[in-house]
Design a protein around this ligand. Structure first.
Ligand SMILES: Cc1cc2nc3c(=O)[nH]c(=O)nc-3n(C[C@H](O)[C@H](O)[C@H](O)COP(=O)(O)OP(=O)(O)OC[C@H]3O[C@@H](n4cnc5c(N)ncnc54)[C@H](O)[C@@H]3O)c2cc1C
Length: 402
């Protein structure tokens, strides 16, 4: 422990990844603080069909991590929807692929859960640990000290730490202040999200139709304790022009366009929440670590939501960094040293980069109007669907197993 500092570790940012990071370190013999600019989000009311617009498809690997953090049971008790099948098809041709949990002898391929619920259970569990939580104050400035960092908070106070973990999202200021560059480009797409009710049951399937303007996903939701399979979260990634047009529609007209774009696979659709739009960026930090500093989650990498991997990669970062810090401590090594922190970078950067390149390739392949590429993608989907070893490899990777 560095006694000249207020804290051994400060985590800046209390989104899903920052909260999980704090919890993963909470029982280590370290003085830890978390600074989050917003107060803890109240979970949405669980009675009635009032779902939050922002949901994540958590992989079994993320579920296992949340189990280790002792929050999974609380989450499952609130509400989540396991999905057992994933159906992906190409709007242009005949290519389609279906993934089924039974092929891998699993109960589920993943779990759809509202982000606010994940944050709520993590924050609640964290409040029962020794981690000092400073909700409602943002980090307004950062200064390098010989043995760590000094953070200036918006309430006028300042805090010092030996190791700063930047978990402050895609527009991370910690990353910028630390002088870490990113490779950034716009996908030239926006993601529109809302919650819908469908005429036909979703059958615990995550559906995704690829169009040239981008993919449209219907992700299954489930009410607590009910077997009603008619609620879905939609993520419609499309060109900014189409997004503008769709955002200007009435809920009824948006619902109609949505059902049409989805070829009425789940029948008529009604929209339950206001439609929200998010511009999509691909961003990758050139380095995940700097002296006495590490980045996790979207602060290190932001990825297209088409494969539902963003928060899953971030949770894997948090798990890896916590393990690296604990191992160094157990062996009496300095957990803030460049050698120690670079182990984290070596473990996570290739995995994240691989996923980002894969998603970029997918996006380009499906966005192309080139005849040869269209033939290739139909053949590729057909091959992947019928060749079991390839399909199983794809499934295992998507579920967070390397
Ligand atoms: C439409 C859409 C759909 C998605 N679907 C999926 C999916 O199905 N599966 C999946 O895995 N991922 C999905 N993602 C990605 C996922 O939402 C993100 O990867 C994830 O939310 C990142 O979490 P984070 O904690 O790293 O960052 P954030 O959620 O951005 O959290 C950062 C936190 O830091 C705080 N903060 C920022 N600056 C400061 C400061 N200066 N001081 C104090 N606090 C600060 C913020 O208030 C925020 O709480 C999707 C993304 C989009 C846009």
């Amino acid at each position: 422990m560095n006694t000249s500092m207020d804290f051994d570790i400060i985590i800046a940012g209390g989104g899903m990844v920052g909260l999980a990071q704090a919890l993963a370190l909470a029982d280590a013999p370290l003085r830890i603080a978390l600074v989050e600019q917003h107060p803890p989000a109240p979970p949405p009311p669980l009675d009635g069909a009032c779902f939050d617009n922002r949901v994540s498809a958590l992989t079994p690997a993320s579920a296992a991590f949340l189990r280790e953090l002792e929050v999974w049971d609380a989450l499952a008790e609130l509400r989540l929807c396991p999905y057992t099948r994933m159906q992906v098809w190409d709007a242009d041709g005949t290519g389609a692929i279906t993934f089924d949990a039974r092929d891998l002898h699993l109960d589920a391929l993943g779990y759809l859960v509202e982000n606010t619920l994940v944050s709520a259970v993590l924050a609640q569990r964290l409040s029962r640990t020794g981690v000092v939580c400073r909700f409602g104050a943002h980090v307004a400035g950062l200064e390098r000290e010989t043995a760590g960092w000094r953070l200036a908070l918006s309430d006028g106070s300042s805090l010092t730490c030996a190791l700063l973990i930047g978990a402050d999202g895609g527009a991370s200021r910690i990353r910028d202040w630390a002088g870490i560059n990113t490779r950034t480009w716009s996908y030239e797409q926006q993601a529109l999200v809302t919650t819908v009710r469908t005429a036909l049951p979703h059958r615990a399937t995550a559906w995704q139709r690829f169009m040239r303007t981008g993919p449209l996903a219907f992700l299954p939701l489930q009410l607590r304790g009910a077997s009603d399979q008619h609620y879905c979260s939609i993520v419609w990634s499309c060109t900014p022009e189409l997004a503008q047009e769709l955002l200007a529609l009435s809920p009824q007209d948006f619902a109609l366009r949505c059902a049409q774009a989805f070829e009425y696979t789940l029948g008529e659709v009604s929209v339950l929440n206001p439609v929200q739009g998010f511009p999509l960026w691909q961003r990758h930090a050139v380095d995940y670590v700097a002296p006495h500093l590490a980045l996790v989650g979207d602060a290190a990498h932001t990825i297209h939501p088409l494969a539902g991997q963003g928060v899953n990669l971030g949770l894997a970062d948090a798990r890896s960094l916590a393990a690296v810090i604990r191992r160094a401590q157990a062996q009496g090594r300095d957990y803030t040293s460049p050698q120690t922190l670079s182990r984290y970078q070596r473990e996570r950067k290739p995995a994240n980069l691989g996923m980002m390149l894969g998603m970029e390739g997918f996006k380009r392949l499906f966005g192309s109007n080139d005849l040869a590429l269209r033939w290739l993608r139909n053949q590729g989907l057909h091959l992947a669907d019928t060749f079991a070893p390839l399909k199983h490899t794809l499934m295992r990777r998507a579920m967070g197993h390397d």
